[in-house]
Design a protein. Structure first.
Length: 241
């Protein structure tokens, strides 16, 4: 079975908000992405609402036909929104208002007690919870103990623009961590910084889903969103065919 594709539509909202207009609408983007083969629609509702807004997430919940994956920081405000919204999946991520995009995974070692409470709150209303983690066995082990069913591995450090390749030892460790997480009973997703070139490497791993946004939205400027999503889906599927 091929790895599934979660399409992050945050940057449709970024383009809308930079001019303060009502377009392009991420709700329309979600519809097109699903028509093109997206298995899940991902949005990150940040505390500063720099792209996706509350209006967006509640409308998206009504129209998404596949699954909705809501990324949020584990704050009281965001947990309250998630519990009202009840997305299919909720991925907890660290957040820094000064960052351009998410820079690292959650530190489960330092925040274990707080995250246990947050995970329990979300699970109590029927939300499937995942944790955004750096690729590290100790973090994966704690995630298992926190009772989540899924983790998302942070691929960013391995695929940033200033790096041309992933070393063999690095890739072997990534693979080892994926297999370890699966042995812990966790569903394993991955994402951050993936594009049409480097995604092939991760598509060959035993992952459940890859979450990709910026590369798809950037390509859609030239080729349209439908084609951009379809092209990414084809690249992922080609590895397993």
């Amino acid at each position: 079975m091929s790895v599934l594709l979660g399409v992050n539509i945050d940057h449709i909202a970024t383009l809308r908000n930079v001019r303060g207009t009502s377009y392009p609408d991420p709700v329309q983007g979600a519809f097109i992405a699903e028509q093109a083969g997206a298995d899940t629609i991902t949005v990150h509702l940040r505390e500063d609402r720099r792209h996706i807004t509350d209006r967006d997430v509640f409308l998206l919940k009504k129209i998404i036909q596949t699954n909705m994956n809501l990324e949020i920081a584990p704050t009281e405000e965001m947990i309250s929104v998630a519990c009202k919204l009840k997305p299919d999946f909720c991925c907890l991520v660290p957040e820094n208002r000064c960052e351009i995009t998410t820079e690292s995974g959650l530190d489960l070692l330092s925040n274990r007690d707080r995250l246990f409470v947050v995970v329990s709150q979300l699970k109590s209303v029927g939300i499937d919870v995942s944790l955004f983690l750096d690729i590290d066995k100790e973090q994966i082990s704690i995630a298992r103990d926190l009772g989540v069913s899924c983790i998302e591995l942070h691929t960013g450090p391995y695929v940033s623009d200033h790096r041309s390749v992933i070393s063999i030892p690095e890739f072997e460790y990534i693979k080892e961590c994926v297999e370890y997480a699966i042995s812990c009973g966790l569903r394993v997703n991955a994402g951050h910084g993936l594009n049409y070139r480097n995604v092939k490497l991760f598509s060959g791993l035993s992952l459940y889903m890859l979450h990709i946004g910026h590369a798809i939205i950037a390509r859609s400027v030239f080729y349209g969103l439908f084609s951009a999503v379809q092209d990414m889906k084809n690249v992922i599927q080609s590895v397993r065919s």
